[in-house]
Design a protein around this ligand. Structure first.
Ligand code: SAH
Length: 243
């Protein structure tokens, strides 16, 4: 039942952490581990720390980019130890687990975990619908990545045992036609080119325009047909500007 949920570890530097995350996942019945550009993997240290969860490491998908790792996902959550300069929709671990289990059966969901030293970049954050923060001591808010994964995984398991019925999920508003990350990313590139072509965006001085627009669309959580409409509009604009 939890096989549609993937944990994505980005650029992890300590292989021991990868093993510890695998163990935390298996303990909580999760199994999809994605590793984006891990600094050392496979590794005997990771294997030792995984203990009985070696199967998760063996099946782990190693990718070069985050986009590859979240391909096909219609809900992307980024975990973060701190608040960001640019506000992004946020929730705590428990709320995020409730959101995850309320998703339509079979929809792919990704949870991103950042680098041990620097967390997620702003570009990675822009791929997320929500940021998830584990409430903790505000003066010491950075958990070890595997400890963070453990808490999130535990909340997902607990929430899944209380999973809303299909009918309740419809009332909560889980749509069946959310756009996937790839569709939304292609829309962003299309939007950016049109903004440049029309002179609205100056590529030599882009400021925060694209980030702010992405925040707007991520907050709206686009459906497939909405992406089609928006891209249709962009194409219509291009027809006029290219005349
Ligand atoms: N110095 C980094 C800390 C990274 S900790 C920073 O300021 O972002 C490594 C990873 O563990 C984070 O990227 C996040 O994925 C997870 N993590 C650590 N503490 C967390 C918390 N309180 N809530 C949610 N995720 C957390």
């Amino acid at each position: 039942m939890l096989s549609n949920i993937r944990f994505v570890l980005i650029n992890t530097s300590h292989p021991g952490n990868i093993g510890a995350v695998a163990r935390a996942m298996k303990n909580m019945r999760l199994e999809q581990l994605y590793l984006v550009d891990p600094q050392k993997f496979p590794s005997t240290v990771a294997t030792a720390r995984a203990s009985g969860a070696i199967g998760i490491l063996e099946k782990a998908t190693v990718c070069e980019t985050v986009s590859e790792a979240i391909k096909g996902c219609s809900l992307v959550l980024g975990t973060s130890a701190r608040l960001r300069t640019i506000a992004w929709p946020q929730m705590d671990a428990r709320m995020s687990a409730e959101k995850i289990v309320a998703e339509k059966e079979g929809s792919q969901i990704a949870i991103l975990f950042g680098r041990e030293h620097s967390g997620l970049t702003n570009e990675e954050l822009e791929l997320c619908h929500y940021l998830v923060h584990i409430p903790c001591n505000p003066d010491f808010s950075s958990l070890n990545i595997a400890a963070a994964a453990q808490v999130i995984a535990y909340e997902i398991l607990m929430a899944s045992q209380n999973r809303p019925t299909e009918i309740e999920r419809e009332v909560i508003g889980a749509e069946d036609d959310w756009a996937t990350s790839g569709e939304v990313e292609r829309f962003y590139s299309h939007l950016e080119s049109v903004l440049i072509e029309t002179g609205f965006l100056d590529p030599s001085n882009p400021r925060l325009l694209m980030r702010k627009l992405k925040r707007l669309y991520q907050r709206a959580r686009l459906e497939k047909n909405e992406v089609n409409i928006l891209r249709g509009i962009l194409t219509a604009v291009q027809r006029v500007t290219k005349k």
